[in-house]
Ligand binder design. Sequence first.
Ligand code: NAP
Length: 447
Amino acid sequence: MSTLHPTLQPMYETVLRRNPGEVEFHQAAHEVLESLRPVVDKRPEFVDASIIERICEPERQIIFRVPWVDDSGKVRINRGFRVEFNSALGPYKGGLRFHPSVYLGIVKFLGFEQIFKNALTSMPIGGGKGGSDFDPKGRSDGEIMRFCQSFMTELYRHLGEYTDVPAGDIGVGGREIGYLFGQYKRITNRYEAGVLTGKGLSWGGSQVRTEATGYGTVFFVHEMLRARKTDFDGKKVVVSGSGNVAIYAAEKVAQLGGTVIALSDSGGYIVQEGGIDLDAVKELKEVRRGRISEYAEKRDARFVADGCIWDVPCDIALPCATQNELDESGAGALVKNGCIIVAEGANMPTTPEALRVLRRGGIEFAPGKAANAGGVATSALEMQQNASRDTWTFEYAEERLHDIMQGIYGTCAMTAEEYGMPGDYVAGANIAGFIRVADAMLALGVI
Ligand code: NAP
């Protein structure tokens, strides 16, 4: 890892000491602190008020037992988490992840990223994240429902439309949000629609929330292409994952004239040079909850179980699965094959070593906290509709999302220029997000 500004190094060491073994959180904190080098000199008042130390320490961390009964009658125990990281700009906002890899370090890294991402949207939302080490794979609907009900039976006391507003993430989609909201409503006896986002369209959800993260990532890339005086037309795009973010990123790429030639899941990847049939992928993943290998069984597509999706030659790569999925060798393959843009639909999918390789190879890079902010921005639009008892059309909600993504792109590009690093969207996103939160924290005093 590169060395930090001498003022920032001891702050990073405190993060290491206070959060032992939480390597993903260390990685996320280092990346932000690295970008703050020019801010320390330009805005010494942030250092004087210990804003950076305060931002690295969550306001509240909740860890709880989640007992539930499986279909065979056996009692199972999982661990639940909610890290309420920063509420300077509004109620804590950020998704819930259900995946066996979840532990405090993952939740903290995601919550930390969320603070700056949410600030970049310019909406009034703070940062938080939560989840459980529960593995939904292979579980029946009844088991998922009982788990969600038990999870919410503890979590509800920490939530509220003015306090903390979760949404989905890996393993938490519309079905899970429904069960979680049902239990919240039952316990509190309140139809408090604004307490969760990602709700179904018939009971308080917003048009475009399902599509928002993927669509937003592609709108961001579209702005990068426009700056290069080109567009998606004829471009080959590789998208990792085949979950919510990946599917809708792929859909928007196709709508804008690009061709998505590869998708994946944790079992491997598929390649179809003529373009992947997205309706078939939606049916496979959203309805049948099947494996991506099944797609290749009936089509003119190749399934690769033991390989790296980044070896597939492309113009644009969109990592949309999970953290640290694009490593040094994957980045090397993208450079070698002439890729021009990498944009993160997932949170922190690119390792620091991979990022260095991409930069050296001249690939333009969009960090997740800017490129995938469309999801949380549309969640804030859902909260806005809930508060005014209003429902917007698909077209209007998509237009709002498009405007927000253009705004985030503009903010990142302008801030990077202002701080002497034109084209460095990582620095632009980290600095712009940080300053918005830091200014609010200064105004609110020592709390
Ligand atoms: P999802 O619907 O659960 O899909 C996740 C996809 O990634 C699946 O195809 C999954 O494959 C794959 N995946 C997950 N963990 C993996 C691992 N360890 N190794 C290989 N593949 C893995 O989740 P999602 O909502 O699309 O989220 C994807 C990413 O976007 C995450 O980083 C999330 O934090 C980020 N994000 C999501 C949103 C949102 O609105 N949903 C917003 C901002 C950022 P399997 O099914 O085989 O596990």
